[in-house]
Write a protein that binds this ligand. Structure first.
Ligand code: FHN
Length: 714
């Protein structure tokens, strides 16, 4: 249970910090320390979704092992959209979305099929380029949102075999991957702008949708997945995408996840079979189908503790080939992005968008060559490593590898080479047994250590200006000056509050103060890892070894509050009142003129009269079973706001995909006014309200918890 609470604190901390432009220095290392604990817990406790009856059923831990070792994959976005190459009607800003973005009628887009003849396509050469660049897996689009298939499907002729090229691209890539021992992953889009049974249609198109049966589309999609999962040998990753539109449901996503796993027991499925698309938040307690999270075009500032994750990223600004896009990231930037991702415990899926000729753009080839050259010398500092154990390093990044139970190797990726020839490693309390450059491992570097400061004498010139790697071997597990963690159920309380003070370090004591003063060797020691407070205070805590401080100081403020008094409406009925609004809203405050009103047993969007551009305002009372601090959560697509007794507690406003936000308030036992504003702009629509507090384990607010004013009968 403790780990879950720490996980909550971590994810809260990560969320807060990820909002910060630059996370404060003293959080990253602790996050990563817990990361390992949580990953082990998350994997150990991950319950399979309707576990496919397949022997041998492989646990997440078994399936993820090679993927965590791999750290680096090649993404390939290729299809008919490479024919226009981003240009249409005089504009040159399009990519793989060109059908939709340029509003090309499907009938007109189909003409590209007759033009697609990539005679220079050479699967063996592509795969060799990937292997030489240091990639350990490839994920290639088998069908993107335009529905066009790069594989021979018996279920459609909207595929490669109906082009002048005819050959099955996926088959040739699969064979080349097998020959060159690199793992094959397949990308498959749920969203399909071509299939007559897929819904919704694009809002701008006049292609009729009457007679369209979405269930028939799901049958088609599952038929194609069966083809992909039974014809091309081992498929190691299924990379779903396009699962955010309102016809696709969570139940379908969970079913698709299990369906995929039923064909190949060791396959890994990303988090986009489940509803929510790129922003579906994996959670340590496994609320979503999927084996890893897929942040796109960004690196989570604090990593994603306790969760497997992979950043996917383009080399320029487009996934699909765009001939006009010259905004290429440099090789150095791409290498440093890979290092950054690995230092936070994630994988990088780096994209190329091949041309209609079947060639990889020259700018991509050059960067792949540059990356490969760096990986040949430094790949061991990426493959199979774990996240950086340090709070932060001002000269670069760090990854770690457990050599055995008694030793660890740290890889310091130096972006800013020290001009004075001394690399300073802050807060390392282990004995360094040896240090050397990965580019010259035969030559040991001089190391001087004193009171947590390690100084390594390095050559005057950096071995590699992209990133030079200094390997440092230490005895035992990293003993690093991480700030102690301060963890409590909430930053507010009404009577007293238990606060857990935690450090993962051996043979240290934690000393603390409650008056905001800096802890010294004379301050009290935390006993049994916790303290109880009964008044507002600022806690400061620091680790000591003997009488010497060996960590930065952590601090947190806690506030004693008076619970809001309950109210006693006199004429109550079950449920809540609602007002219904229509319009293309951007914020909850825009809900002004209701088009309809009614009552419902709970917060539901059932009464909506259309799929998009509507909103609700709910008003009622919530029956609080005990006095204390309550947390309210809204998970919504799009915006929600939640008030208790007129105070806004949750602000989850704005246009966004499924997003979870929460807020806390101290309440007296009894009834309290609750108001929820919600609006749906477009795509998926979702509204879920949960709460948690004394006598209320985290749960959806139940029908029996809600009351409303019943107008007096005249
Ligand atoms: O809409 C797609 C997009 O075209 C591209 O395939 C990216 C890659 O992750 N995924 C979707 C956007 O999130």
């Amino acid at each position: 249970m403790k780990l879950v609470k720490i996980a909550m604190a971590i994810s809260l901390l990560s969320a807060l910090l990820s909002a910060a432009p630059q996370p404060p220095s003293n959080a990253l290392g602790f996050i990563n320390l817990i990361d390992g604990l949580l990953k082990a817990r998350a994997v150990a406790t991950r319950k399979p979704y309707n576990k496919p009856s397949l022997p041998p059923y492989l646990s997440a831990e078994q399936r993820m092992e090679w993927w965590r070792e791999a750290r680096f994959g090649l993404f390939i976005h290729w299809g008919l959209y490479s024919v226009p190459a981003g240009e249409w009607d005089g504009k040159t800003s399009y990519g793989e979305w060109i059908l939709n973005s340029a509003k090309i009628p499907v009938s007109q887009y189909e003409n590209f099929k007759t033009q697609f003849n990539p005679t220079k396509f050479d699967a063996d050469a592509w795969v060799k380029m990937a292997v030489d660049a240091g990639f350990k897996y490839i994920v290639i689009t088998t069908k993107h949102h335009d529905g066009f298939c790069l594989f021979d499907s018996e279920l459609t002729d909207w595929s490669i075999t109906s082009t002048p090229f005819k050959r099955d691209i996926i088959k040739e890539i699969a064979e080349a991957c097998k020959k060159q021992d690199i793992k094959l992953g397949l990308y498959y889009s749920v969203m399909d702008w071509h299939h007559p049974d897929y819904l919704p249609r694009r809002p701008w198109e006049d292609r009729p949708s009457d007679g369209a049966k979405f269930d028939d589309y799901v049958t088609y999609m599952k038929g194609q997945l069966k083809e992909l999962l039974t014809r091309y040998g081992p498929v190691w990753v299924l990379w779903y995408d396009g699962s955010w539109e309102h016809a696709w449901t969570r139940e379908m996503g969970l079913d698709l996840y299990n369906y995929t796993r039923s064909f190949q027991p060791r396959i890994i499925v990303n988090n986009r079979a489940d509803k929510g698309g790129a922003t579906t938040q994996m959670t340590v307690d496994n609320l979503f189908a999927g084996d890893y999270q897929t942040p796109e075009q960004r690196v989570p500032p604090m990593g994603l503790p306790g969760i497997d994750w992979e950043t996917c990223m383009t080399m320029n600004d487009h996934w699909g080939y765009n001939s006009a896009d010259k905004n290429w990231k440099s090789g150095t930037e791409l290498i440093r992005t890979l290092i950054d991702v690995a230092s936070k415990g994630g994988n990088l899926l780096l994209n190329v968008g091949p041309m209609a000729t079947g060639e990889i753009p020259q700018a991509s080839v050059e960067r792949l060559f540059e990356i490969g050259r760096w990986m040949k010398v430094n790949g061991e500092s990426i493959y199979g490593t774990q996240a950086n154990p340090f709070p932060s390093l001002d000269f670069g990044r760090c990854t770690r590898r457990n050599i055995d139970s008694s030793a660890t190797r740290l890889y310091f990726h130096v972006f800013d080479w020290p001009k004075n020839g001394t690399l300073k490693i802050p807060g390392l309390y282990n004995k360094v047994t040896k240090a050397y450059l990965l580019s010259n491992s035969s030559r040991q570097l001089k190391v001087v250590q004193r009171e947590g400061q390690t100084e390594i004498t390095v050559p005057a010139v950096a071995p590699d200006d992209k990133a030079s790697v200094v390997a440092v071997e230490i005895s035992g597990a990293p003993d690093i000056a991480l700030p102690p963690a301060i963890n409590a159920a909430a930053p507010i309380f009404d009577k007293e509050l238990e606060i857990v003070l935690f450090t993962g370090r051996q043979n240290v004591v934690l000393r603390y103060s409650l008056d905001g003063s800096e802890p010294t060797a004379e301050h009290p020691i935390v006993s049994q890892g916790k303290i109880i407070i009964d008044k507002t205070c600022t806690i400061k805590v620091r680790a000591f070894r003997d009488k010497t401080p060996v960590s930065p100081t952590s601090e947190a403020a806690f506030k004693k509050v008076i619970p809001k008094p309950s109210v006693k409406p006199d004429n109550l009925a079950d449920g809540v009142d609602w007002s219904y609004f229509e319009g293309s809203f951007k914020l909850c405050e825009e809900l002004k003129e209701p088009k309809d009103t009614g009552t419902s047993v709970n917060f539901t969007i059932e009464p909506a009269k259309r799929l998009e551009n509507y909103g609700f305002r709910f008003n009622g009372y919530i029956d609080v079973p005990a006095t204390g601090v309550f947390t309210f959560f809204t998970t919504s697509d799009d915006g929600t706001c939640l008030w208790i007794d007129g105070e806004k507690i949750v602000d989850n406003d704005g246009i966004h995909r499924r997003t979870l936000k929460s807020g806390m308030v101290a309440l007296e036992k009894g009834l309290h006014a609750i108001r929820v504003d919600y609006f749906q702009r477009n795509d998926s629509a979702e509204l879920k309200i949960h709460w948690e507090g004394p006598d209320v384990p985290k749960q959806a607010i139940g029908d029996n918890d809600l009351k409303r004013d019943e107008p007096k009968k005249q």
